[in-house]
Design a protein around this ligand. Structure first.
Ligand SMILES: *Cc1c(COP(=O)(O)O)cnc(C)c1O
Length: 369
């Protein structure tokens, strides 16, 4: 397929970053810095500073970050975790695989955890609450923290889509005990492969995670327990550290593109668009995605495709409707409806204003407006 607007444009990304990244890659390889070297420590420090936590732990991917957390928190049978069904399965799978029961609540208009339902879903068995800052938008964390406190649960923020986002002057990822990040290539900050991180301001937890990701190793020959191999690849860390320097600029560009989409699509009948970047001064959303909803989704996707525009439906089947997961006793009407109607339009740093105008014009043509 010859796309006119790709959903993510890796070749264009490389064209723009090649001159800056090649020396970084060259120097790292030439120095033989392949495992747990200063590039990884630098990245952990810089990432933690960027978000505003005391410590950072680089890991192989976000899923493994959650896995190490589930281990460190000693999650097991009899425990419950509370999250949403409109998320990537990795938000909950590491906890379920240790024997915890997943309790999933519905979402609100903004596609994020409904905190009223959260209050009803927790119990004394609730060990962890996992809000997901989906699409670059921060969950109402004051409400989440209040509920967590009422039952003595720990909060782990799935911030895989929200690096750099904030709400009321506080960054996503600094509210809970820990937060997890994905550097999958299509994420806000992407590696050239799999990578992830856990951030926390709890020094003992950070030490534990550092050990767990490297076989339980706390010194050259000393183990403090059983562990995993979930290290963040040092070359990827070097690449990520270089890219982190550009992230504030990239986030600004994402917000500009979201602003443009919003101005071009706000009056299209039968189409719902995200809350724009200027709608709420307390919010700094980073627009990992620009999801729109329509009852005529499959026709819209086909129409855009015919115009050479690539779209993405992240999760057409919510977690509780996945046959293999054993969660079909749940009924989450707003999640189910969203999964039927949502589709993300292309929004990435390399996108031009003209491309956004082209996509918006195609969408408007489809709705006859
Ligand atoms: C991408 C993503 C993950 C998983 O990240 P990996 O690095 O691929 O393990 C988890 N949660 C959410 C919300 C994500 O978008």
């Amino acid at each position: 397929m010859d796309w006119r607007v790709r959903f993510v444009d890796y070749p264009e990304q490389w064209r723009r970053q090649r001159a800056g990244l090649l020396p970084v890659i060259e120097e790292t390889i030439a120095a033989g810095d392949l495992m747990l070297r200063h590039q990884l420590r630098d990245f952990e420090t810089n990432l933690a500073r960027f978000v505003g936590t005391a410590r950072g732990v680089g890991v192989s991917n976000c899923t493994d970050g959650l896995r190490l957390l589930a281990h460190a928190l000693d999650i097991g049978p009899g425990d419950e975790i509370v999250s949403v069904a409109h998320t990537f399965v990795a938000t909950i799978s590491p906890f379920v695989l240790r024997g915890a029961k997943p309790v999933l609540v519905d979402i609100g208009e903004d596609h994020l955890m409904d905190t009223d339902q959260l209050a009803d879903a927790v119990s004394k068995r609730t060990k962890v609450i996992i809000p997901v800052h989906l699409n670059g938008r921060t969950v109402d964390m004051a409400a989440v923290l209040k509920v967590a406190e009422s039952v003595g649960a720990v909060v782990v923020e799935d911030a895989a889509q929200a690096l750099g986002a904030s709400f009321a002057g506080r960054n996503a990822g600094t509210f809970g005990l820990a937060s997890t990040y994905s550097f999958y290539p299509a994420k806000l900050l992407g590696a050239l492969g799999d990578a992830g991180a856990v951030l926390t301001s709890d020094g003992a937890l950070a030490d534990r995670l550092h050990a767990l990701r490297d076989h339980g190793r706390v010194a050259q020959a000393e183990l403090d327990g059983w562990g995993y191999n979930c290290r963040l690849d040092n070359l990827q860390a070097a690449i990520l550290d270089w890219r982190l320097g550009l992230l504030p600029e990239w986030i600004k560009r994402r917000r500009e593109l979201a602003r443009l989409y919003t101005s071009l699509l706000h009056d299209v009948p039968d189409l719902s668009i995200p809350v724009g970047p200027d709608a709420d001064p307390r919010r700094y959303d980073v627009f990992q995605n620009y999801p729109v909803t329509t009852a005529r989704r499959s026709e819209l996707v086909a129409h855009l495709r015919a115009d050479g525009i690539e779209t993405l439906i992240s999760w057409p089947i919510p977690l509780h409707r996945q046959k293999g997961l054993g969660l079909d006793h749940l009924s989450l009407p707003r999640t189910e409806r969203l999964c039927r109607e949502v589709v993300s339009l292309p929004l990435h740093v390399e996108l031009t204003d003209d491309q956004v105008a082209y996509v918006a014009a195609s969408v408007r043509r489809f709705f006859g407006s």
